[in-house]
Write a protein that binds this ligand. Structure first.
Ligand code: ATP
Ligand code: MG
Length: 470
């Protein structure tokens, strides 16, 4: 426990602050209690003195030309009672001469009052509370003084003080242990969070806190960290898969190049054979260049996520599509593929012209690549109130439903197309997906085996139109 106390600074600090606050509260409370008790006891004494004085003043008689206490059976009993209760009573002449007295009046210091009321008088370290009132009906003017020692009140207050001096440290000690226990309990899940965080290795994001307590601050922290670990794990696995796929894709052409060189060098070749080998090597190198360019482009796209919106400008999408179709027309003619277009004029969107070119070039390239000889490619572009909708449809073998959800993943190619004849790296749709995402748009595919395949891209219209129409 001591080790934990010295180590766990939050626990120690929490308990420390708790004890300081409790200590201050106790001191304030004790001071208030002490002063309240003192005022109350003094008030009670003053009332007793005043009542007794007024009772006595009604029993006074005149004796030898000055006021005196009446001596009857009743009054003697009262005199005894007063003396036993610690009252000292005296009748004072204006010059200070004592005419008559009851109790320990000699112990009370003599003081000639100037006005009626209470005063404290001290003699031999003993404090007396004295009440003076002018004598009522008397032949001579004088004073009735009644006093009682403040000793019982001081003793009661001292007793209270001793009690508090002993009990406060005890309360603080109990509170310290209680506070430490509570802090320990409240912070225990944080220990679990720390242990989980320590257990997370560079290659293992599977650990979770799995907090089961209430959904309070600590519960929310544990939950947030678990969700963060989920995201980290997903990102980590995505990266790992990507690295594995990328190295595999890079290794394949390199192995082909190495094999081809090895075979060619195994014996002397004719010039034509060397030329054939070099042409094959050039194709593989082109493939490698395309692959590394695609990877580099994807990485740059991911890095440009922040501030991407600011770099967008107004683009005439209709014009861009027409130019791209014109470029691809030659390729289509070679394959005897017809391109049908249905493009609305003046579709303006907010976008990056180079990146948009990349999307539609990829889609048109795929459409030509995966359409058999004599097939047809249709490009449709329309706009509604909020977005532009571009659909590229092609005839051909179509795509099996099980492949559709994976088409936009990096390096994914439908099995039949994995034959390296098309030379694709499987990055085109992944790049298109990333660009569309950065443009706050959507891309989707519909296809069935031996039926039409349609890739549809929806992009928000230019900002100016949006604000004007909204
Ligand atoms: P890259 O575009 O990197 O040169 P790729 O064309 O093979 O290579 P993607 O464009 O990402 O890669 O396409 C992924 C896969 O989706 C393709 O391999 C192909 O099997 C399938 N595919 C894409 N477009 C079509 C299409 N229009 N018709 C039929 N299949 C398609
Ligand atoms: Mg492609």
């Amino acid at each position: 426990m001591l080790f934990r106390f010295s180590k766990s600074t939050i626990r120690a600090r929490l308990t420390g602050w708790y004890i300081i606050l409790l200590g201050c509260t106790l001191i304030l409370f004790a001071t208030y209690l002490y002063s309240q008790l003192e005022t109350s006891l003094l008030g009670q004494l003053d009332t007793a003195l005043k009542i007794t004085a007024s009772e006595i003043s009604t029993t006074l008689v005149e004796q030898n030309g000055h006021p005196a206490f009446k001596i009857t059976k009743d009054s003697e009993a009262m005199t005894h009672q007063l003396a036993n209760a610690g009252f000292a009573v005296r009748l004072l002449a204006p010059n200070g001469q004592i005419w008559d007295a009851i109790g320990h009046y000699q112990e009370v210091p003599l003081s000639i009052p100037r006005k009626p009321g209470y005063i404290n008088l001290t003699k031999y370290n003993k404090i007396w509370r004295v009440y003076s009132q002018p004598l009522p009906k008397s032949p001579k003017t004088g004073w009735l003084q009644i006093a009682q020692s403040l000793e019982p009140i001081s003793e009661a207050l001292e007793h209270l003080l001793t009690l508090m001096l002993f009990s406060c440290p005890l309360i603080l000690l109990i509170a310290a242990f209680g506070g430490l226990f509570l802090a320990e309990r409240a912070l225990r899940p944080i220990d679990r969070i720390i242990r989980t965080a320590q257990a997370i290795g560079p290659n293992d994001f599977t650990q979770r806190i799995a907090y089961r307590g209430p959904f309070d601050e600590v519960g929310r922290l544990a939950f947030t960290i678990d969700r963060m670990l989920d995201r980290l794990q997903a990102a980590f696995e995505h990266e790992r898969r990507f690295m594995a796929d990328a190295s595999h894709e890079l290794r394949t052409p390199l192995t082909v190049i190495k094999g081809r060189i090895g075979v060619t060098l195994s014996r002397s070749r004719t010039l034509e054979e060397y030329e054939n080998t070099l042409t094959d090597l050039q194709r593989e190198v082109d493939r490698l260049i395309r692959l590394s360019n695609g990877l580099l482009f994807l990485t740059r796209l991911e890095q440009s996520e922040l501030g991407y919106d600011a770099s967008l400008t107004n683009v005439d999408l209709s014009h861009l599509l027409e130019v791209l179709i014109e470029q691809i027309q030659l390729l289509a003619e070679v394959e005897n593929i017809t391109i049908v277009t249905n493009i609305d004029s003046c579709i303006w969107i907010v976008g990056n012209c180079d990146h948009l070119t990349s999307i539609f070039l990829n889609l048109l390239d795929n459409a030509i690549k995966y359409t058999p000889n004599g097939g047809q490619v249709t490009v449709k572009a329309q706009q509604d109130r909020l977005q532009a909708r571009i659909a590229v449809t092609n005839t051909g073998k179509g795509i099996e439903p099980e492949h559709l959800p994976h088409l936009f993943k990096r390096f994914y190619r439908v099995e039949s197309a994995r034959s390296r004849s098309t030379g694709g790296a499987g990055l085109g749709l992944a790049i298109a997906y990333e660009i569309v995402r950065l443009h706050h748009g959507t891309i989707s595919v519909t296809s069935q085996p031996h039926q039409l395949t349609t890739f549809t891209v929806c992009l928000p219209l230019e900002r100016l139109n949006l604000t004007l129409e909204a």
